[in-house]
Design a protein around this ligand. Sequence first.
Ligand code: COA
Ligand code: AMP
Length: 630
Amino acid sequence: MEMNYKNTYKLSMDDPQGFWGKAAEELIWDKKWDQVLDDSNAPFYHWFNGGMLNTCYNAIDRHVNEGRADQLAIIYDSPVTNTKQNFTFRELQDEVACLAGVLKSLGVEKGDRVLIYMPMIPQTAMGMLACARIGAVHSVVFGGFAAAELATRIDDAKPKVILSASCGIEISRVIEYKPLLEEAIELSSHKPTNTIIFQRPQAEAAMLEGRDIDWVSACEKAEPADCVSVAATDPLYILYTSGTTGIPKGVVRDNGGHAVAMLWSMRNVYNVQPGEVYWAASDVGWVVGHSYIVYGPLLNGNTTILYEGKPVFTPDAGAFWRVIDEYKVSVMFTAPTAFRAIKKEDPKGEYIKKYDLNNFRALFLAGERCDPATLLWAEDLLHVPVIDHWWQTETAWAIAANCLGIEALPIKPGSPSCAVPGYQVDVLNTDGEEISAGEIGSIMIKLPMPPGCLPTLWNDDERFISSYLSTHPGYYLTGDAGYKDEDGYIWVMSRIDDIINVAGHRLSTGAIEEVISAHPDVAECAVIGAADQLKGELPVGLSVLKSGVERDVAEIEKEVIALVREKIGPVCSFKKIVTVARLPKTRSGKILRGTMKKIADCEHYKMPATIDDPNILDEIKVALKTIGYA
Ligand code: COA
Ligand code: AMP
């Protein structure tokens, strides 16, 4: 029987054990699983129970042993430092084994956590793989987060060792990482035993004797470490993501299910064959980087590109086309915001004409809603399918996509297409009933979710249940709202919680509000995600000062902006705040953030029936106008 989308999807639903068991056979296992899916402790599900394997072995060593030793595994391209560097699978194996040896010599064992706070350099991927090699659990923290955010993650994951670098580079700005790391260690209650620091020539980090270890010299002296067999259900990594409070959620990823999902998705979603060059232009600090800069492509025997630069200004809006041409990229993945940035600088696509994109087959976009105008613009200029797909940190891979490796479905701009095999996606109303095509509701995934999706939250089974599984029993709450159309296409329209999406980065407005409220002059505040042409959304603050405060308002606003940058980080892009006399609330005291967002975005809004004083909305409109909204 010829496999198309429909029958592949049906097979995955009718016989998930057979479907994923077959997919798992593509990996090298030290011991075969006893059960493909263990559902004896639902709603906690475990894939490939009893199986033993090593993710690093499957991502590197197996390719060295199977004839890919001299193929490039990683291409590092850094326009911000004018550096290009290649690593074959054999070279990557040597580097990773030595770094794993250093970790072992510091007492890091299977199950211990290692935190990685690093920029987009190959050593970051090596750090992740070195952990996987010895069964340690990595927790990568994005470089754009501030010390306080880093400290929260140190306290939650309790790493024995932290890997870091002396600096990151943002276009031409050198950002010293070591002072941020020192501040975070100072702030956290848990202290790592050691740090391993990769010195970059752009900024030399001061080292603390006895605790800090120089990356390069330690690797030179290290005894290479071999792969350690771990259980399929053992954790591979923790990745923190914004929840609805200031405390991030530690999404756990297992080894077995993750490796199976990564490999399957490379071939079936992205349609990439071993040996090809695959490029995800994102950051290793996000799930896209974990899945599709590091694990997915390497597990599939692809060459992956680590790009330390931006889509524009490094040096121009032709940066992406240059990389695609130079390395013969087959398939690329990035966020729509990157394409909006290029479109803004080069609306007619003049730069594309300078490059040869003959090898380029498809562009995948995710991380935020893809506006049809950007998708059509890209399609028009690139002459390849532009595929919007939808997923989240929790799932590690696509929930809805046009699976090019199975069958290319017609593209409907604005929709990430249909549910990927393995996911039963239902749109439910507040009573938990399925609603008809075209009606907006909460998008949920029927349990069990396929391999690769989070088995739980780090050290917090209870929060896992309360955050994701308690709304409607038997379903996982994605937090997204939208609808399915008559053809089964999914349309993801908005969030149902306080999460906003800024340049593909997921942020909690609640967390920003917590920081603003901590300013001594602020009585209360609200943060809304206002529409932004480039970044999709931008956080905008409205604050009410404590009575009796007579300081200059502009001065206080500046301090609040600086405080958010200091406590959460620059990645938040929090630059607009306005002081108001009062905030609109319902009679029960709930701040009407949704209505304020509509006012900011110049959208029609209905006067909420429960509002305590309708006149406030006019005041809010006037205030938002002063900072360029409404
Ligand atoms: N370390 C320190 N600071 C960082 C950082 C890092 N790793 N990454 C970003 N920042 C800073 C930026 O310098 C910027 O600071 P500024 O406000 O002082 O200018 C701020 O955080 C916001 O960064 P960013 O959202 O990246 O905005 P930008 O204006 O620098 O670039 C885009 C805008 C669209 C070009 C950029 O967001 C982009 O390339 N996105 C690609 C998509 C992507 O990676 N998505 C992630 C998930 S797929
Ligand atoms: P993150 O966990 O940071 O990857 O963010 C996941 C969230 O980003 C999702 O829950 C959605 O709200 C949003 N998102 C990601 N991809 C898409 C997409 N293709 N269309 C619409 N929203 C998306």
